[in-house]
Design a protein around this ligand. Structure first.
Ligand SMILES: Nc1nc2c(c(=O)[nH]1)N[C@H]1C(S)=C(S)[C@@H](COP(=O)(O)OP(=O)(O)OC[C@H]3O[C@@H](n4cnc5c(N)ncnc54)[C@H](O)[C@@H]3O)O[C@H]1N2
Ligand code: MOO
Length: 391
């Protein structure tokens, strides 16, 4: 049995980013850039006003100025500004030649064609040409993850079909004769399929939208047929352990996958299997829903990040345990579902109920996993993998 650290190393060594594709901005959220994006022009393209008011030359005395025109955002300045002149200007408009400072209208008194400026502001209220980016400057390097701000930058430079690393196409197979779809009432002895819903949501949170799911009874040949379908990442729910009906690894072998590990010193999720075939990756995930949740965050997410060209996120916060907390240790490294909350300006974490890894209800409100091993917790602080913002 290998450690989780070793399992993560094997996954890291086995997977590479998928090929680049060009995506429209509306579909690129969460993707990683496959090439740098350059500024196509000067930003701003010329000196621009940052306030509604009056533009005048610099180096002048306070007093009265003659208003000789008006500049709206989008209009092209005509005449240069002369001494003693002011032009009415609006936020975003190009400053005319000779314009050195914009006086916000709150600091000016207009009367007919003149404007009185009793004192000058400390700032110029002008965004200088090229002060944000110059033509050819790298505004986002290759590998940048595209969040809302980065997408806005691409829109600004007209990069409307950026080259990004393709996101994995995921094929999911829920196994087991005991499961029925969640919209059905299970007959005696059977249970509703919760893992399909769980995985779709977890994948969706990672920005993976191409996911197909199917169900397979405990039949290795039928499972191998389903495994042969095209995808980048194959996820098999259940059938990971050593029982007579656990056919996950066998089905993968039958369709040409190489098994890299089939047991990890991890609680929950010990019988986790990882395999590859060319650039394809596959996991057989222990059937219990809490095992699914934990295996996803500690291993499958890493595979998605690597295939998507995204820098793996694996950093732990040292968080104070809520009063009276006792975490039951185990020879296996444990990832305990928990809830982190802000309290009195700091974070505290409370482990959630955990009876068995089949107890889906215990996951309600989970936004963190607590690492429980020989070095954590230490005192009343525990290494915490944050899964979502704690508010
Ligand atoms: N002799 C041993 N038995 C088991 C071991 C072991 O080391 N030796 N490991 C245990 C651990 S730990 C786990 S975890 C489970 C993993 O079992 P499998 O991956 O083979 O999964 P199944 O047997 O198919 O299912 C386990 C459990 O999960 C339920 N399940 C399955 N699929 C779904 C689904 N889509 N939605 C909801 N629930 C599902 C299934 O009914 C079982 O109750 O093995 C232990 N045994
Ligand atoms: O690994 Mo199992 O997931 O402990 O229940």
């Amino acid at each position: 049995m290998i450690s989780l650290q070793e399992a993560r190393r094997i996954i890291t060594d086995s997977l590479a980013p998928l090929p680049a594709v060009n995506l429209p901005l509306a579909e690129a959220l969460g993707s990683a850039l496959a090439a740098p994006v350059l500024a196509d022009a000067w930003y701003p393209s010329g000196d621009r006003a940052t306030m509604d008011g009056y533009v005048i030359r610099s180096g002048q005395e306070t007093g009265e100025f003659t208003v000789v025109g008006e500049l709206q955002a989008g209009s092209i300045p005509g005449q240069p500004l002369a001494e003693g002149q002011a032009i009415r200007i609006f936020t975003g408009a190009l400053v005319p030649e000779g314009g050195g400072m914009v006086i916000p209208q709150e600091m000016a008194e207009r009367s007919g064609d003149t404007v009185k400026i009793p004192i000058f502001p400390e700032l110029r209220f002008i965004r200088a040409k090229g002060s944000e980016a110059q033509p050819g400057a790298i505004i986002l390097p290759s590998g940048s993850r595209l969040g809302p701000a980065e997408l806005a930058m691409l829109a600004q430079v007209g990069a409307v079909h950026p080259s990004v690393v393709r996101r994995p196409v995921v094929r999911h197979i829920a196994t087991g004769g005991e499961i029925v779809p969640p919209d059905q009432t299970p007959p005696e002895g059977k249970i509703r399929d919760t893992n399909t819903t769980l995985l779709h949501a977890l994948l969706g949170q990672q920005g993976v939208s191409s996911v197909s799911s199917s169900h397979c009874a405990d039949d290795p040949a039928a499972l191998a047929d389903l495994c042969a379908g095209p995808c980048d990442l194959l996820l098999i729910s259940g059938g990971a352990s050593v029982g007579d009906y656990d056919f996950g690894a066998e089905a993968l072998r039958r369709c040409g996958f190489t098994i890299h590990f089939n047991k990890v010193n991890l609680r929950p999720g010990k019988p986790l299997t990882f395999a590859t075939k060319g650039s394809q990756a596959a996991f057989v995930i222990p059937g219990n829903p809490v095992s699914h949740f934990v295996c996803f965050h500690v291993t499958i997410r890493l595979a998605l990040e690597l295939m998507s060209g995204i820098a793996p996120s694996w950093s732990f916060l040292d968080v104070e345990l809520s009063d009276g907390t006792i975490l039951k240790t185990d020879p296996r490294e444990t990832f305990w579902p928990a809830r982190v909350e802000p309290a009195d300006g700091a974070l505290t974490v409370s482990p959630l109920r955990w009876s068995t890894s089949g107890d889906t209800f215990s996951l309600a409100g989970t936004n963190a996993l607590l690492q429980v091993n020989e070095s954590s917790p230490s005192g009343n602080r525990v290494k915490t993998l944050l899964l979502a913002a704690p508010f």
